[in-house]
Write a protein that binds this ligand. Sequence first.
Ligand code: GLC
Length: 454
Amino acid sequence: MKLTKRLLWAAAAAACALPAAAQSPEPDSLKTERMEWFSDAKLGIFIHWGIYSKGETSESWAFHNGHISLPDYMAQSDYFTADKYNPQEWVDLIKESGAKYTVITTKHHDGFALWDTKAGKVSAVKSSPAKRDVLAPFAEAVKDAGLKLGFYYSLIDWPDPDYPETYRDKAPKYDIKKEPKRWQKFLDFNNAQLTELSSTWNPDLYWFDGDWEHSAEEWNAPGVIKLLRSYNPDVIVNSRIQGYGDYATPELGVPVKRPSSPWWETCMTINDSWGFRTNDDNYKTPNTVLHMLVDCIGMGGNLLLDIGPRADGSIPEEEVAMLKAVGRWVNKHAEAVYGTRAGLPKGHIQANTSISKDGKTIYVYMPYRPTGGVELKGLKSRVKSARIVGNDTPVDWKIYNDISWSASPGVYYFSIPEEALDPEITVMALELDSPVTLYEGEGQVISFNDNELN
Ligand code: GLC
């Protein structure tokens, strides 16, 4: 055996001997194929539904932070009737919003499972007047509608006797290093629940939460991923499993700068709460939410917009209205939403943009009424035609400063017809003669001139 080969063997053997969590996460290049539907989807609907949906406390954090006692918090489950719950109506509304996937809280940090878990004692079936599995009919309706199914699952379960940290201000119940078997018992419980979820519904996506309280090694993150992929090799996992997931999840704020991860999703509330709150009427407007959506799309990301149904299963009217308003816009502008990729870098145009997969169409999102020509600079590919998406109104343009001696291409000024404006965000499509190529220089100083007019 040659020396190099022997070294490789030794390295491979050493890697196998490492504890699972010390192995590095999967490289992005191996994820591209399974992430395709996620990159194309752009809009998802998040659902926070559980004990807290009575509307008087925050989800789980209320007892963790000491605003309510744990027994009083858990007693809110008496109001979880699901009396008006109509999963088909939920799914119809999600479809109408234009979302291509949905993520539902199967279990939040309070341990209340929406399904009939055999692994745990706390669930809609065993601990609420609903007395039934409320996840099952939703999961089925989602699949029947052709939407991708995502499960939010909290890794932490603060009330569980074998989960160490229950309250923010109190010492943990035990030290997992001193009682590794007790901690393993908790991990086995999580794995048993995840096995139930995967073997019953085979979701397309897992949305973990709460990883911050323990390390990847403590969670046995690679083991969890392996378990999920044994049921669905293509399952997508969010980042909140200590670096072992597939995509980043900036929360409550669209990034200012394009995230370094090729896949990401901003999760966003419609008011200021994830779950239903009787005293929160700080609702965003459709324009604000759509602006966030095009901001995400322009940077190659998705928006996961949250709704918080009431404990009886009805969805607050303001949220219904929001999803319908978003759907009106998304459906009208479908070609400028689904399957697009991140747009032009900042500096070329004062707008969010995206680019079609073949690179030959630029979509320009205008959440304003242009008061003059919409300027686009630094585009080397030439525009063949321009139109308003949704009604195909042609758009005229002028080019200024197309100078023979300069590498900086002529600047476009598009005149947006008043009658073609959308009440929220107008979208213009620019069809190009070749895939987008850009001039990104600092401008040029003249060295010769053969044009009498320049
Ligand atoms: C946070 C919170 C949680 C909420 C989640 C949604 O991590 O812990 O309450 O469900 O964000 O993104």
